[in-house]
Design a binder for this molecule. Structure first.
Ligand code: GRF
Length: 201
């Protein structure tokens, strides 16, 4: 059996779509979990014939209880790798530890610049001339784990939030499938903060 990957996605799901559209990673995507019932991501997964679960945060009293339920699902489903694709929830330490070096996130800036949920707006308001995309492993701090891939994206004169985010997302849709492929093919090795991409990748 090949690698089994779960994607946690609650937004419009364009990164999930990019993963589903990549023939090298599509067969590994076993499950999409969302904490929002009416998310584009769930619809995209259903259209692609991938199993979906809506896990309702309102059904759990604490974030830890929610994440325990999520971890149970991932364990029962034999999930080896987890990919965050527009999942806004901050994961509990227990979940992060259970998937250490097996849990990816994509962030719309060049970390460590502009962490947090408003990275595109923050770069624009800062007057940055260059921002970008970071794919990183998730650790217990927000937008902090070892960096797998990064690519710069120019901020053009006259950019607004939508135009800059669209340019960033084009890069995300290329980088994220590549990073997941490297992960499932065992071509990433983590040494402290440094991620080595193994030869022949
Ligand atoms: C992406 O821009 C990603 O960087 C951030 O959330 C956004 C998700 O977009 N973490 P989508 O739902 O994949 O379109």
């Amino acid at each position: 059996m090949g690698a089994r990957v779960a994607v946690l996605a609650s937004g419009k799901g364009s990164n999930l779509q990019a993963l589903l559209d990549d023939p090298a990673v599509r067969p590994s995507i076993a499950l999409v979990v969302s904490d929002r019932e009416a998310s584009g991501a769930l619809l995209r997964a259903e259209d692609a014939g991938v199993a979906t679960i809506f896990l309702d945060p309102k059904a759990y009293e604490t974030r830890d209880a929610y994440d325990r339920a999520l971890l149970d699902i991932l364990t029962v489903e034999n999930i080896e790798h987890v990919v965050l694709a527009g999942s806004v929830r901050i994961l509990s330490a227990q979940l992060v530890r259970a998937y250490e070096d097996r849990l990816l996130n994509v962030h719309p800036a060049l970390l460590p610049a502009f962490p947090g949920p408003h990275a595109v707006r923050d770069a624009l308001e800062w007057g940055a001339k260059v921002t970008g995309v970071t794919v990183h492993f998730v650790d217990e701090e927000v937008d902090h784990g070892p960096i797998v891939l990064q690519e710069a994206v120019p901020v053009e004169p006259g950019d607004d939030l939508d135009s800059l985010h669209a340019r960033i997302q084009e890069v995300e849709h290329r980088l994220y499938p590549l990073a997941l492929r490297l992960l499932i093919e065992g071509k990433l090795s983590v040494e402290g903060r440094l991620v080595h991409v193994l030869e022949g990748a």
